[in-house]
Structure formats: structure tokens, C-alpha cells
Design a protein around this ligand. Sequence first.
Ligand code: C5P
Length: 308
Amino acid sequence: MASPVTETEAVRVRVAGKVNLALRSGPRRPDGYHSLATVFQAVSVFDEVEATWAKPGQITVSVVGEQADLVPSGESNLAVKAARLLAATAGAGQPLGAELLVRKAIPVTGGMAGGSADAAGALLACAVLWDLDVTPDELRELGAQLGADVPFCLAGGTALGTGRGDQLAPVLSRGTYHWVLAFNEAELSTPAVFAKFDELGLATEPLTVPSALLNALVRGDVQALGRTLVNDMEPAALALRPELRQVLDAGRELGAIAAMVSGSGPTVAFLAPNEPAAVDLSVKLSGAGLCRAVKRVSGPVPGARLVV
Ligand code: C5P
């Protein structure tokens, strides 16, 4: 048995961002959500959530990192909501308190589940801090109440998401994939991209992910994966941010196997054939000066994990 965390100790959790290798969406449902068929891959850009004891009932957050000023610091912060939900349910309404510190590296409103990652991190960090008797399944259920991507952020790896994207099944994936991410200046709100998706009538039928994509993952075939990546949200994101087309084209010209908008954007993800090619692409893309920052990542990586 691990000993309880003392009042001065911090619990640190690392959580990865994601790209959607496939993102197929049906029409808007009566509850406002869209039914999805998506394949998530967790990639090596990480937020860190640190939790320490605070006065009973007091849950606060501070955020540090390049885009910290874009993240709400009060009750609307997803990490705070996650801690409050955990205290109210698994904590049986005990007046538990936590001071949260989020170190952000996942782009904010970037289409990589940054907010959901912080919610996932806060759930795990507070469960450990408060020594709660909560199972991974219960954490996943609480996560789904906070956001459709939170269950995947807890799980990591590669997974098929259905329902709102919150019903997960594991996907067999061999090898490591090398990506170059272009972080863009503009933010894109996920609801706005889904609204544009509706307006443009982009819903897909039937809602399936390409079997060739799943086969490519089983075989570890990066070229085949590149041919089968699909994102139904991309035309909607491009309609709202036409300048992203230039970024997509630049990456393709500079040697990417495939280029796509990540989730609802505006982050653009480029698949590279191998690690040296990813290094080369990231240097050239940085030099092109088309985006706020360029980051080389790999996946799949695990989901929310304690840092000891
Ligand atoms: O679940 P989450 O709060 O992260 O979703 C943010 C927004 O994205 C939702 O309010 C909704 O507008 C849109 N969304 C959707 N269908 C999904 C997931 C998200 O329409 N399956």
C-alpha cells in the first residue's frame, strides 16, 4: 500500500495530447453532440498537472506555459471542474481541497484535446492526493461527463472512439509513428468548427473508419497509414481558417507523407516516414515561418500517468 500523500507533498501527473488518425462524424444529434467514429493516437506533447493539499472545499488552479494567458483560471477551468466533480462523487461530498498547477505544452484550443488532458490529469492527481477509492472505470465515467475526449486522455495509446468519441475500444498498433506538428497563431473553437461542419452538410454515412487504416496500424505500415488518414472536420476548419491550406501544402512539399488538420484544428499534423525525415521536415517547416511553432512528436504514447 502506498502511504497517503502528506500536506506538503505534490502529486504530479503527465498527460499527452492526441491526433485523430480518422475522424468521421455524423450529423448533429438532439443533445447537440455529433456521433463519431474516430481513431485517436496519443502523441508526445505533454501537459503536467500538479496537485497539493488546500483548505477544505477550496480548489484553485494556476497555469504556466507559453499560452497560459489563454486558459481560464477560475471555476470554468476544466481541471477545476474535474477536481470538483471527483470530490462531489468519489469523495462523497467531503470538503476536499486542492491547489492545482497546470504546466501547458499542448496547444490551447488547438484540436489536440489540451483542455481534456488537463481534466484527465486533475482527476488522476486528485484521486491520488485525496487517497480516494476510485477505479479506472469510474475515473473514465467521470471523465466522459467533463468532455468527450477525456476518457481517451486517461487511456492514451491508440483507440477507436465511438458515441461522442467517449466510448473506447483498443486498436492494435505496431511501431512508432513520427509526426511534425505546426502550432498556429489562430485558435479554433471546437463548437464553431462543428457548427460549420453542419452548415456545409459534411456528415458522413455510414459512420465507419477505413479498414485499410486499421490494417496499416496492425502492420506498422507508415506509408499505408499516410494514404488512409481522414478528417471530416478538415473542410470545416479550412472554411474558417483558409490560411491553413498554405501550411498543409508547405508540409507536403517539404517531404511529409501526409498532412492533415488535427481534430477541429487549427494545429496541422504532418506524418513523416521516419525520425530523421521528421527532424528534416521540422527544421524546414520552422524556416518557412508559416506557423507559431513547430514541434516534433511521436506516438502512440501512454495516457495520464503519475510522475514519480
Ligand atoms: O465534449 P467537449 O466539451 O470537449 O466538446 C466540445 C464541443 O464540441 C461540444 O460542445 C460540441 O459542440 C462539440 N462536439 C460535438 N460532438 C462530439 C464532440 C464534441 O458536437 N462528439
